[in-house]
Write a protein that binds this ligand. Structure first.
Ligand SMILES: Cc1cc2nc3c(=O)[nH]c(=O)nc-3n(C[C@H](O)[C@H](O)[C@H](O)COP(=O)(O)OP(=O)(O)OC[C@H]3O[C@@H](n4cnc5c(N)ncnc54)[C@H](O)[C@@H]3O)c2cc1C
Length: 404
């Protein structure tokens, strides 16, 4: 591909963490980003997010770390509970080595969005329907779903930051086998108030074979609720109302008062996410002038706790590589992908290990998990056990992958 573009015009599809971070950085290095988002407006709030060292380093350089903040309570206590309400000392992923920041997704999106210069063009209710490319540009057909208008425009670069079920991926890379199901479902929301019997600083984990329920507490925000469970048939999970699927997954035993409270809280939440868990695995994330980023490219899943961090870092690094390879788009995208790929590979492996901590697959994993949690609370050996269990993967989460 011949390319004389130095500072071009880039279409960024998707106004999530990866898309906004990318647009912000592209603009910083002199590109002209145009953002399109399928929703009619920017979403807010979202679910519990841990921001590890990788994301923190990039957010700091992008000038948004302070605005993202940290909702970790200094008094944060997490309990392992059972259906009868019995409690023992527990462990939240937030207690993992590296002490991630605890926020809600909206904190990160809002901070990045506020940092975007006012003149960055954003078109809501807009989706790409066709993408082609030649030596000099990518040609994208954009459909405004609110007005029905269709336009075709040329861009020097197209960034697909449109999430796990990416349309850009499908239009450019085809629909074959990029989504790898983990055979788990999640239901996540932010609650209106703390769960009865627990203070604002207290979180809980109810982990049983093939299913778990979590309350993540914050210093200055109502708690996050997460259900995660194993399934052999994701289609069946979507075939009925989410709360019915969640209740069925925790059956047939009676829920008991605590779990019932969690079900009711989920049912009453005005806004929630209910979805199947997949990793996106692709041999390449770019083709010509089109590049995928964030969940669209590599969805590591919530179990890795690194989707937000890798989205911010990936966006920052993309801008850095474009700056470092002026007039050489292919070289910039290659250099970007070469740096990101081993890092993401480790996170995708890490997700499969961390999933056991969040939701044990079966009775054996449940026993291993509870032994581990107990040992991690043991005096003296506890911290060493924590490091041993999470060692190399935890180091990856602190890696400043986008460092210049
Ligand atoms: C319950 C839960 C907990 C999590 N916890 C953590 C955590 O602790 N730490 C962490 O780092 N990560 C966590 N993650 C993962 C993290 O939230 C995601 O990896 C990250 O938000 C993905 O951002 P993204 O911008 O790549 O994609 P998305 O957030 O999916 O954003 C994609 C955007 O593109 C838009 N879009 C989609 N299709 C189109 C289209 N055709 N045209 C235009 N726009 C389109 C969407 O509306 C959306 O705005 C968690 C995820 C979940 C579900």
């Amino acid at each position: 591909m011949t390319d004389t573009v130095r500072h071009g015009r880039a279409l960024v599809v998707g106004l999530g963490i990866a898309g906004i971070a990318t647009a912000l950085r592209l603009r910083e290095v002199g590109w002209e980003p145009v953002l399109v988002e399928q929703a009619p407006a920017r979403r807010s709030s979202g679910y519990f997010i841990m921001l590890f060292g990788t994301g923190i380093a990039s957010a700091r350089r992008l000038g948004v770390l302070e605005a993202i903040g940290d909702r970790r309570s200094p008094q944060l206590t997490t309990y392992e509970v059972n259906r009868a309400g019995r409690r023992s000392p527990g462990m939240s992923p937030a207690d993992l080595p590296g002490k991630p920041r605890l926020v809600v997704r909206g904190d990160i999106e809002q901070a990045l969005f506020s940092a975007l210069p006012d003149d960055v063009e954003i078109r809501y209710s807009t989706v790409p329907t066709r993408i082609t490319q030649d030596d000099s540009a990518a040609t994208v057909t954009l459909h405004d779903t609110a007005s029905g208008a269709v336009v075709t425009e040329r861009f020097d670069l197209v960034v697909g930051a449109d999430g796990m079920r990416s349309t850009v991926r499908e239009l450019v890379f085809g629909s074959q086998n990029h989504l790898h199901p983990l055979n788990y479902m999640i239901g996540a929301t932010v609650l209106k108030e703390s769960i009865e019997g627990f203070t604002q600083d207290e979180g809980l984990v109810l982990a049983e074979p093939g299913r778990s329920a979590w309350i993540f507490s914050f210093r200055d925000h109502t708690p996050g609720l997460l259900f995660s469970y194993r399934t052999d048939d994701t289609d069946a999970e979507f075939a009925r109302p989410p709360i019915e699927s969640i209740r069925a997954a925790f059956g047939p035993q009676p829920p008991g008062p605590l779990l019932e409270r969690l079900f009711t809280a989920f049912e009453q939440a005005p806004d929630f996410l209910f979805d199947s868990v997949h990793q996106v695995r692709m041999p390449r994330w770019h083709r010509g002038r089109i590049v995928l980023i964030g969940d669209a490219a590599w969805c590591v899943t919530l179990y890795a706790g690194m989707g937000a961090s890798s989205g911010i870092a990936g966006g920052e690094l993309l801008g850095t590589m474009l700056q470092r390879h002026p007039g050489d788009l292919s070289g910039a995208l290659r250099a970007w992908e070469d740096r990101m790929r081993p890092f993401i590979h480790t996170e995708q492996k890490s997700a499969l290990v961390m999933r056991r901590l969040l939701t044990p697959h079966d009775r054996k994993e449940q026993i291993m998990r509870s032994v581990m949690v107990r040992l991690m609370h043991a005096p003296v050996i506890g911290p060493a056990i924590g490091k041993m269990v999470n060692g190399p993967d935890m180091n990856n989460k602190q890696l400043d992958i986008a460092a210049a």
